[in-house]
Design a protein. Structure first.
Length: 417
C-alpha cells in the first residue's frame, strides 16, 4: 500500500495485490457463484474456478471478484495505514490481474474560526402596519363570506361564473384554453394578468371578446408573449356578503368567543408571533452565512460532492411525495439547459462549512446538553417511552436541536432596545 496526501486534505491509497492474493479472491468469488449456478457434471457449489469462470463468462466473473476484493482490501489498507476517512472512497481500478487500484478519500478538514466567536447578529424590531392588519382581517372575513345573485355591472370582489375560450388572432381554436361555468372572484388575480379586469362592467348574460398578451415568463413556453383572443360569456354574478366581526365570527375563526376589539387584538398577537418566528429564521440564516464567510476551512471537494448527493436524494424524495417523477424533473432541467448539481453546489459547500465550524464552536465554547434537558423537552411533546431512551432517534434529534439553540443564544440578539 502506498499513500499520497494532497494539500486539500485528500489522501490517495494505491493498493496492489500479488497474483497469489488476487487468486484467493478469485477462489472466494468462484465458491460464491458456484452455489448460484447449475453446472452439468458437478454437484451444487462444487464446480472449480475455471469451470465457473467459463460458465458465466470472464467479465461477469471478474466483476464478482472486484465486488468481494475491493471493500475488503480497502478496509485492510486504511487500518494498516491508520487513515481515518470521512467520505466513501472513490475507486479507480488500474489492473484486475493482479488487482491494483487507487482509493481516494477525504480526511477531516482543518478549521480556523478566526473571529467567528465575536459575531453578533442584531435583531430587527417587528411591527404591524394598519393596512397589514386590516388586510388580514378582510381575508378572514372573506373566508367566511356568503354570496347573493345580483343584477348590475360586475366589479372587483364579485364572484362570477363564466364560459371562456381562447383563439389565435385568426380565430383558430387554441387547445386547453376553454371552460364552462368556471367560478372566478374578480380581483383575485387567479387568471393571466389583464383577464379579470376585462370582466369589470359586464352583466349576467353579456358576451365579450378581448385580446390578452401572456407574460414573457408564463409557465407554458408556447404561450410566452403570445397574444390570445378570448371569447367570454358571463353566466352568473354574485355579490360578496362579508360577515360582521363578532363573537360568533370569532368562534368560527379561532375557536374562542371574543368581541371585535378582543378578536383584533388576538389577530395582532398572531401576526406578530409569525413575524417574530420569521425574524428568528432570518437571524439564523444570517449567522450561518457569516460563519461560512469568515471560517477558513481547508477541505476536500469530495465532502461537498457527498453533501450534494444527500441534498439531491432529499429533493428526489420530496418531489416524489408530491407526485413528480425524478426522471421527468431531470428531463425538464436538461431542456432548460440547467445543471442541478452546479446550481446547488454553493449551497452544499456552505452547509458543510457551517457544520464543520459549528463543531469547533461548540467545542471552543464548551457547550453541552444534559440528558435531563432532553427528557424535559421530550415530555413536553408527550413522546412515547421508547423515545425517552438516549439511543432513540427522537432523543438524538432533540438533543441536537437543543445544542443548536445554545449556539444561537451565543450569537443572536434576543431583544431589541
Amino acid at each position: 500500500v502506498k499513500t499520497q496526501e494532497s494539500p486539500n486534505r485528500e489522501i490517495t491509497l494505491t493498493i496492489k495485490l500479488t497474483e497469489a492474493e488476487t487468486n484467493k479472491y478469485k477462489e472466494k468469488a468462484a465458491q460464491k457463484l458456484a452455489k448460484q449456478i447449475k453446472v452439468k457434471g458437478f454437484r451444487a457449489g462444487k464446480a472449480p474456478l475455471h469451470v465457473v469462470e467459463q460458465h458465466i463468462g470472464k467479465p461477469v466473473f471478474m466483476q464478482e471478484v472486484l465486488d468481494i476484493a475491493l471493500p475488503q482490501t480497502y478496509f485492510d489498507a486504511i487500518k494498516q495505514e491508520k487513515v481515518e476517512p470521512i467520505t466513501k472512497p472513490q475507486i479507480e481500478v488500474k489492473s484486475v490481474e493482479p488487482l491494483e487500484f487507487d482509493a481516494k478519500v477525504a480526511l477531516m478538514p482543518e478549521v480556523k474560526l478566526n473571529n467567528i466567536t465575536k459575531i453578533k447578529i442584531k435583531r430587527e424590531k417587528q411591527k404591524i402596519e394598519k393596512d397589514e392588519l386590516d388586510g388580514t382581517i378582510y381575508e378572514l372575513r372573506k373566508y367566511q363570506a356568503t354570496y347573493k345573485d345580483i343584477d348590475r355591472d360586475a366589479k372587483i370582489g364579485d364572484r362570477a361564473e363564466i364560459d371562456f375560450e381562447g383563439f389565435e388572432e385568426d380565430d383558430t381554436t387554441l387547445d386547453n384554453t376553454a371552460s364552462k361555468n368556471y367560478p372566478i372572484v374578480i380581483g383575485d388575480n387567479a387568471f393571466v394578468p389583464g383577464f379579470e379586469e376585462n370582466l369589470i362592467g359586464m352583466k349576467t348574460g353579456d358576451k365579450k371578446e378581448f385580446v390578452i398578451t401572456f407574460p414573457k415568463d408564463y409557465h407554458r413556453k408556447d404561450f410566452q408573449n403570445k397574444k390570445v383572443k378570448f371569447k367570454v360569456s358571463l353566466n352568473r354574478l354574485e355579490e360578496m356578503q362579508l360577515p360582521e366581526v363578532n363573537k360568533e365570527f370569532s368562534k368560527k375563526i379561532i375557536g374562542k368567543e371574543l368581541d371585535e376589539k378582543e378578536f383584533i387584538e388576538a389577530i395582532k398577537t398572531d401576526i406578530l408571533r409569525q413575524k417574530e418566528s420569521k425574524e428568528d429564521q432570518r437571524q439564523q440564516a444570517k449567522l450561518f452565512e457569516e460563519i461560512a464567510k469568515q471560517a477558513d476551512i481547508n477541505m476536500s471537494s469530495l465532502i461537498v460532492d457527498e453533501e450534494l448527493d444527500y441534498m439531491l436524494h432529499q429533493q428526489k424524495h420530496e418531489l416524489e411525495q408530491r407526485g413528480i417523477k425524478w426522471e421527468e424533473f431531470l428531463k425538464s432541467m436538461d431542456e432548460k439547459k440547467r445543471d442541478i448539481r452546479e446550481e446547488r453546489k454553493d449551497e452544499a459547500e456552505q452547509r458543510v462549512k457551517v457544520r464543520l465550524a459549528l463543531r469547533d464552536i461548540i467545542k471552543e465554547k464548551d457547550l453541552a446538553v444534559k440528558d435531563e434537558e432532553v427528557l424535559a423537552k421530550l415530555k413536553e411533546f408527550n413522546q412515547s417511552k421508547a423515545d425517552l431512551t438516549p439511543n432513540s432517534g427522537a432523543f438524538k434529534q432533540v438533543k441536537d436541536q437543543l445544542l443548536l439553540e445554545k449556539v444561537f443564544n451565543e450569537f443572536l440578539e434576543k431583544s431589541v432596545a
